[in-house]
Design a protein around this ligand. Structure first.
Ligand code: KG4
Ligand code: ZN
Length: 354
C-alpha cells in the first residue's frame, strides 16, 4: 500500500511516501518554516499558507525521487485535513486532491493526531495494540487508550493549555526562538533541575492535566529577574549566576523537570488504572530526552514497556500521515473523498466517523 502524503497543518511543509503494508518509509522530506515566522515569535497563518504553496511542488517531487517511484505507481494520495490552521490545511489537501484527481487514485483525508498516535509503529516492530498513548504536542496533551486503528478512548486531557504551548511560552519569556521546546532542552542541559520549586497543578489521582498555573508561575518568576539573567541569546551566556538569581539554564532545567514529573505521575496513574502493557509517547514534546527518560522510568516501575518514535518522527512530519492513511485504507476504515472538507478542529475521538 504505497501512499504519498502531504502534511501542512501548521508551519512544517512535508511530503512522504510510506508502504503501510510493510511499515516502510520510502521517503520523508520536510521544510521547516522557522525563518518565515521568526520575526513574529509565533505562526502567522497567511505566511504559513504562502510558504506551503511555494514549497510543495519541489517537496513532492523530492519525495518521489527519493522513493524512486513514478506517480502512477502510487496506490493513494493523502493529506492532513485537520486539526490545524484552515488555510494551511487547504494548501496541502488541495494539492493532494488535485494529484489524486489527475492520477485517478483515491484521496485519503487524514487526521493529524491519528498520525501521531500511530507513528510509533513505523519504527517499533514489536509494538502491538492496545497501548496507552501520551500525546503531547503544540496543541494537545492527552492520555488515550489506542485499542485499534480508528478506535481511540480518551482517558485524560489538559483542562487548559497544552504542554508544547507551555514550553513555547516559557521559551519566549527566556528570549528563545519559536518553537522553543528544542532550545529549552538544550539550555536545560547546563542547568540544575532542582533549583526551583515549581507548582504541580492537578497533582491528584486523575488523568487530567493543567499547565496554566505552571505557566503563570514561570511568567512571574522570570519577570521578577534582572533582564540580563534571562537573555541567553543576547548575552551569549546562560545568564548571570549570582547566588540568589537562578540562571536561565537553571530555569529551563527546573521547568523541564517539572513537566517530566507531571507526565510521569499522570502516566503512572494511567498504567495503574488500566494495567496497559505498553506506554507510547508521541507528538513534538515527546522528542524531549528528559521527558522520555522520566517516562521510561515510570514504565519500569509499573512493569510496562515504553516506546516512542525517534525525535524526528515525534515532531510534525508527513510519514506519520502516509502511514495512518494507508493503515486506515488497509483496515477499510472511512477515509473521506475528494469532497471531504478540512476540519480545523477534529478531535481524535471523532476520527472513525470522518
Ligand atoms: O507535534 P508538533 O511538532 O506539532 C503540533 O502538532 O503541535 O509539536 C510541536 C511542539 C512545540 O510546542 C515544540 O516546542 C514542542 O513540540 N517540541 C518540544 C521539543 N521539540 C518540539 N518540546 C520539548 N522538547 C523538545 N525537544
Ligand atoms: Zn503535530
Amino acid at each position: 500500500m504505497l501512499t504519498l502524503a502531504i502534511e501542512t497543518s501548521c508551519d512544517e511543509t512535508a511530503a512522504s511516501i510510506v508502504d503501510a503494508t510493510h511499515r516502510r518509509i520510502l521517503s520523508n522530506v520536510l521544510y521547516s518554516q522557522i525563518k518565515e515566522h521568526a520575526a513574529y515569535q509565533g505562526v502567522i497563518p497567511e505566511v504559513a499558507s504562502r510558504a506551503h504553496l511555494e514549497r510543495l511542488p519541489h517537496l513532492v517531487e523530492e519525495a518521489l525521487t527519493q522513493a524512486n517511484l513514478q506517480p502512477t505507481q502510487l496506490d493513494a494520495l493523502a493529506a492532513t485535513t485537520g486539526p490545524g490552521l484552515t488555510t494551511a490545511l487547504l494548501m496541502g489537501s488541495t494539492f493532494a486532491k488535485t494529484m489524486a484527481l489527475a492520477l485517478g487514485k483515491p484521496f485519503l483525508a487524514t487526521n493529524h493526531i491519528e498520525g501521531h498516535a500511530l507513528s510509533p509503529h513505523l519504527t517499533d516492530p514489536n509494538l502491538t495494540f492496545p497501548y496507552l498513548l501520551l500525546l503531547v504536542s503544540g496543541g494537545h496533551t492527552q492520555i488515550v487508550m489506542v485499542h485499534q486503528p480508528g478506535h481511540y478512548e480518551m482517558l485524560g486531557t489538559t483542562v487548559d493549555d497544552a504542554a508544547g504551548e507551555c514550553f513555547d511560552k516559557v521559551g519566549k519569556l527566556l528570549g528563545l526562538p519559536h518553537p522553543a521546546g528544542p532550545a529549552i532542552e538544550q539550555l536545560a542541559k547546563q542547568g540544575n533541575p532542582t533549583t526551583l520549586q515549581l507548582p504541580f497543578p492537578k497533582n491528584d489521582a486523575s488523568l487530567d492535566f493543567s499547565f496554566s498555573g505552571l505557566k503563570t508561575a514561570m511568567r512571574d518568576l522570570i519577570s521578577s529577574l534582572p533582564h540580563e539573567a534571562v537573555m541567553p541569546a543576547q548575552a551569549g551566556t546562560h545568564g548571570i549566576n549570582q547566588r540568589s538569581v537562578p540562571s536561565s539554564a537553571d530555569i529551563a532545567a527546573s521547568f523541564q523537570h517539572r513537566v517530566s514529573t507531571i507526565f510521569a505521575k499522570k502516566c503512572g496513574n494511567a498504567l495503574a488504572q488500566t494495567k496497559a502493557p505498553t506506554l507510547v509517547a508521541a507528538g513534538g514534546v515527546a522528542a524531549n530526552s528528559a521527558i522520555r527518560s522520566a517516562l521510561a522510568e515510570t514504565c519500569a516501575q509499573h512493569g510496562a514497556t515504553f516506546s516512542a518514535p525517534p525525535p524526528h518522527l515525534c515532531t510534525d512530519n508527513a510519514a506519520m500521515i502516509a502511514y495512518a492513511a494507508g493503515l486506515r485504507h488497509l483496515h477499510r476504515l472511512p477515509t473521506g473523498t475528494l469532497a471531504t472538507p478540512v476540519r480545523p478542529r477534529w478531535p481524535l475521538a471523532e476520527v472513525t466517523a470522518a
